[in-house]
Design a protein around this ligand. Structure first.
Ligand SMILES: [Zn+2]
Length: 212
């Protein structure tokens, strides 16, 4: 495709996306396994005062993919090359899929991200250093980040539970999706890789809220 044609296709595509969003469709992103680390754990793994290297911004403002990678060590198995997301957080949190949890041999609960009470312990290694965490592993509950403007337009509020139908060649209805509304958010739905594979998620897949 010529550069000019590619640009035209891109403009048309952006317009279609904007139109879909105006109709209440929500773009869906799959979150792969990742960790959020506290200052203390970053110090222990990478060295005192170490700063994470931002290599790519994520859809939510301020969040980024770092260049740093860790290995998760569970009672049954390990997962290496796990991405560290920034910025650092008050509490370390390890987000995996149920499939990952089985590989590691941990009983990770399905919970809202940020709520680490009752989550599983894990050992993390990086850089030849190891840290034992007594909690932090969870399977993030499927959720939608929504801007205030979109929530108002769709008559939704923070904490609502909605059903979302995914339009793909393997259609799925995700029930009771946790809606989180904030002026800090851009509107996107987040699911994990097990859920993404269940609906054969590809780049730029949209879902429609069918029940409030
Ligand atoms: Zn999210």
């Amino acid at each position: 495709m010529s550069d000019q044609l590619e640009k035209i296709v891109d403009v048309i595509y952006q317009k279609i996306c904007a139109k879909l969003k105006g109709m209440g469709y929500i773009e869906i992103e799959a979150s792969g396994r990742h960790v959020h680390l506290s200052r203390k754990v970053i110090d222990e793994l990478f060295g005192k005062g170490y700063q994470l290297t931002n290599i790519r911004s994520l859809s939510q403002p301020g969040q980024f993919v770092s260049a740093e990678r860790v290995t998760l060590i569970g009672p049954k198995g390990q997962l290496s090359n796990v991405v560290v997301l920034g910025p650092e957080r008050a509490h370390s949190q390890i987000e995996v899929s149920k499939t990952d949890a089985k590989i590691l041999g941990v009983n990770a609960p399905i919970q809202e991200s940020g709520k680490i009470q009752g989550t599983s312990p894990i050992e993390i290694s990086a850089n030849g250093n190891k840290v034992q965490l007594n909690q932090g592993v969870l399977v993030a509950e499927r959720h939608i980040h929504m801007s205030l403007a979109d929530a108002e337009r769709l008559a939704l509020k923070d904490g609502d539970r909605v059903d979302v139908e995914v339009s793909s060649d393997r259609p799925v209805i995700f029930k009771k999706v946790n809606l989180r509304v904030s002026d800090q958010y851009d509107t996107y739905m987040h699911i994990d890789y097990d859920e993404a594979n269940a609906c054969n998620l590809t780049n730029k897949t949209f879902g429609l809220i069918i029940k409030k």
